[in-house]
Design a protein around this ligand. Structure first.
Ligand SMILES: [Zn+2]
Length: 382
């Protein structure tokens, strides 16, 4: 089956659902045709003319980018409108443009998480938690002879995994509870019962099988249940739980094993960035990273935010960060952070977000549906 632009959009919904994006954001397919076939993808941070040149030279039918190409409402598509220039050109050349923006920032592919790993942060938490997965209890009643087949089918669809979002919950799978009991029902005319007779009250042995199911696994679990449950009308309950599943959010905060002078954190982080080729598809100039704060200042708690850190600087301060690693802060936000005793490392917007490109590429290369699709990372430095 040919790979389409729409399939790539669907695959990106798994780590970074569009529904997570901020209301002011504009992610998704911004230029092109969802049904158009794709054999080459260019992954980039921005829809600038140099990236459009690169995509055309490569013969890519799709650009997957972090920043939306169309952000402010476009009032016209005239060639003398700077904001319309690249969209017009891509449309003429048949190149689609798909953006994953604030939804990607909250996903496991976010560069805040990659930078936190490079800093070796422990006991990490999101700097701003934006939501958590809803978890359901799925209770199924099944004849004892079929209980194991139903349990296996449900487990195969992900039921019983990722129970409560607790620190170790991902280390367990196939968590089920079962108890034996008696069910009753009266098949009415028109029914074709698996057990019992039409018009008579049937009392049958049943196994009650319980498991927790996350929101994204609920539909696959119900499909699996309907496939293997012997009843013409499977008996089950879906109960929403107060426990939450996996959290999502912006940025990261964590601690070092012990307090370390800022100059040593800097040396360690810079060496980690230089060595960590999984962050960078191409070599970049790391000397643009600017450090502010006393060299001997002890640092234990570190906050990280890719891109602009203005909106999360207050949270970093409130949560006791000694150092805030971000893309950029405006002048007054930076002065405020320093005045309140928090050192700042500004990586530049580009460097702080470019680790998302290899993360996106690796994710797409790992999808079996995309075998044979060429996935390239832009060489353009914003
Ligand atoms: Zn950005």
């Amino acid at each position: 089956m040919a790979v389409s632009v729409g399939l790539i959009e669907q695959l990106l919904e798994v780590p970074a659902p569009k529904a997570w994006a901020e209301s002011w954001d504009n992610p998704g397919l911004l230029v092109g045709d969802g049904a158009a076939p794709v054999s080459k993808i260019l992954i980039a941070l921005d829809g600038v003319p140099a990236v459009a040149d690169e995509a055309a030279a490569l013969g890519a039918e799709l650009i997957v980018a972090h920043h939306p190409l169309i952000f402010q409402p476009l009032r016209n598509l005239r060639s003398d409108n700077a904001a319309a220039l690249v969209p017009l050109r891509l449309a003429r050349q048949g190149i689609a443009y798909l953006a994953v923006h604030t939804n990607l920032d909250q996903s496991p592919l976010s560069s805040s998480l990659a930078l936190g790993r490079t800093l070796s942060l422990r006991e990490t938490d999101f700097l701003e938690t934006t939501g958590a997965e809803t978890v359901f209890k799925l209770v199924v009643y099944v004849p004892p002879a079929q209980a194991e087949a139903v349990r296996q089918a449900l487990a195969g669809a992900g039921a019983g995994a990722g129970l409560t979002g607790g620190p170790h919950s991902e280390a367990y799978a196939e968590c089920f509870f079962q108890a034996e009991g008696e069910g009753s029902f009266r098949p009415l005319p028109g029914a074709t019962p698996f057990a019992g007779r039409v018009g008579e009250l049937a009392r049958v042995a049943e196994t009650r099988l319980e498991s927790s199911v996350t929101e994204k696994n609920l539909s696959p679990a119900l499909r699996a249940l309907r496939r293997v449950h012997p009843y013409e009308e499977p008996a089950f309950d879906i109960i929403p739980l107060r426990q939450e599943g996996k959290k999502r959010g912006y940025g990261l905060i964590g601690r070092l094993p012990a307090a370390v002078p800022l100059e040593d954190v800097r040396a360690g982080f810079m060496a980690g960035l230089a060595e960590n080729s999984s962050l960078w598809a191409h070599p970049y100039d790391l000397s643009v990273i600017r450090w502010f704060g006393e060299a001997k200042k002890p640092v234990r708690r570190i906050a990280v935010s890719n891109g602009s850190g203005n909106s999360l600087a207050g949270r970093a301060l409130a949560r006791g960060a000694d150092l805030f690693v971000t893309g950029e802060l405006d002048y007054h936000h930076r002065l405020d952070c320093l005045a309140r005793g928090m050192a700042v490392a500004e990586m530049g917007h580009f460097l702080s977000e470019v680790p998302m490109l290899p993360a996106l590429a690796d994710y797409l290369r790992g999808q079996k549906e995309l075998a044979g699709v060429e996935i390239a990372i832009s060489r353009h430095e914003g």
